[in-house]
Design a protein around this ligand. Structure first.
Ligand code: HT9
Ligand code: FE2
Length: 358
């Protein structure tokens, strides 16, 4: 741009830096039994997930009629967010797009472009850094843009939000409700859980000049902040839903193994808080409400699962705050996870480690 144009005035520069749409970017999930296999193939392409594991996961989805709750839950969040933005006088249109299933991100981009929008903020439904939680969403944006092939589009991904007080406040409220379900009685052990990832992927999570382990550090920080809000000093952090070949190490302990260990130590009551996920999607309702609950029942433990933040007003307000911080072109563009058109927040950030051969 010629210097003369730049000197026209900051007012114009600010106005032109504003955003005219929001893209709500999520994981996606099947809507009917026939979707399950192709969906899982999308998720695991090139990832070395053993076929036996996929067969098991197919069964989990079929147990719920081949329908993941994730799309409906995302639409609920979108409705709540739209309402919140409206009450703030910010009527940004919201477009819904996914990584692994319909509606795909590229469809959302075509739709917003056809509606005359060119500059969109992207809210990803992951709070975390790391390859799966952050970098892969940048890759989704880059791939969808290449697919749509319209170089007028600007997509700015919002940063990782695991450190936002509204996120942990909403999770703390959900733990309080789960506690209330158990009622008075013996002490209750508080157990946080998040999606396991390969140990090697955790090691490379974060900027390459940092200490790595960004994902597990963020999860541990968020858990500690929720516990602090509840006045709990002694709690556990465990992992769930591991896949991949058994000889590849993933973050441990697994939630079910941990319940066994707690029972051996005489713990009789637990609240499990799925801090790693924003909605009650399949990995929550299967792995925690079916598998882990069954283990707890067998061990004679009282078990309550805290809700996810979902449409909790303090979580939705946090998302709206985040959007407003960036909507007029402001906000910290160096914040971890923030990037334009699929550009990584740091070069080499959250590298996907080479997969060990079987
Ligand atoms: C860190 C993380 C998040 C949290 C951040 C975020 O929210 O993005 C997350 C979320 C989710 N994971 C989900 C589902 C699945 N994840 C899988 C596989 C994997 N997840 C991984 C990591 C994560 N996953 C990894 C390292 C793999 C191995 C394959 C690979 O390297 O990519 C598989 C394949 C089968 C299996 O092996 O389990 C499925 C079906 C659903 C949707 C559930 C629904 O349908 O309701 C959601 C929200
Ligand atoms: Fe996953």
């Amino acid at each position: 741009m010629p210097l003369g144009d730049r000197a026209v005035g900051s007012a114009r520069a600010t106005a032109s830096a504003g955003f005219d749409a929001l893209v709500f970017l999520s994981f996606g999930g099947p809507e009917q039994p026939d979707d399950v296999r192709p969906f899982l193939e999308n998720v695991t392409r090139g990832r070395g997930v053993p076929p036996e594991r996929l067969d098991e996961v197919v069964e989990h989805y079929l147990h719920f009629g081949g329908v993941s709750p994730i799309n409906r839950l995302n639409l609920d969040m979108i409705a709540a967010l739209q309402a919140e933005l409206r009450t703030r006088g910010r009527d940004l249109p919201i477009y819904f797009g996914n990584r692994n299933w319909k509606p795909y991100l590229a469809e959302a981009l075509r739709e917003l472009r056809d509606d005359g929008c060119t500059r969109a903020l992207v809210f990803p439904t992951s709070a975390w850094g790391g390859y799966s939680g952050c970098r892969q969403y940048h890759e989704d944006v880059a791939r969808a843009l290449a697919d749509v092939g319209d170089d007028r589009l600007l997509l700015r991904k919002l940063p990782q939000f695991s450190g936002e007080p509204g996120f942990t406040a909403a999770a703390a409220d959900a733990v309080r409700r789960a506690w209330a379900e158990l009622g008075e009685g013996a002490p209750v052990r508080l157990v946080f859980t998040a999606h396991s990832i390969p140990v090697a992927a955790d090691r490379t999570a974060g900027p390459p000049d940092g200490e790595g382990h960004l994902y597990s550090r963020q999860v541990a920080d968020a858990a500690a902040r929720v516990a602090a809000e509840l006045g709990v000093t002694d709690f556990d952090l465990v992992w769930q839903s591991r896949s991949g070949p058994p000889q590849v190490p993933w973050l441990e302990p697994d939630v079910c193994d941990h319940l066994e260990a707690l029972a051996e130590r005489g713990v009789g009551r637990v609240v499990v808080c799925p801090i790693g996920f924003v909605s009650d999607h399949l990995e929550v309702i299967w792995d925690l409400d079916s598998e882990a609950r069954e283990v707890a029942d067998r061990l004679g433990m009282d078990y309550a699962r805290a809700g996810t933040v979902g449409t909790d007003p303090s979580f939705i307000a946090m998302v709206a705050d985040l959007i407003e911080r960036y909507a007029d072109g402001g906000g910290d563009l160096d914040a971890l996870g923030c990037g334009d058109n699929g550009t990584l927040c740091r070069p080499g950030c959250c590298e996907l480690p080479a997969r060990p051969s079987r």
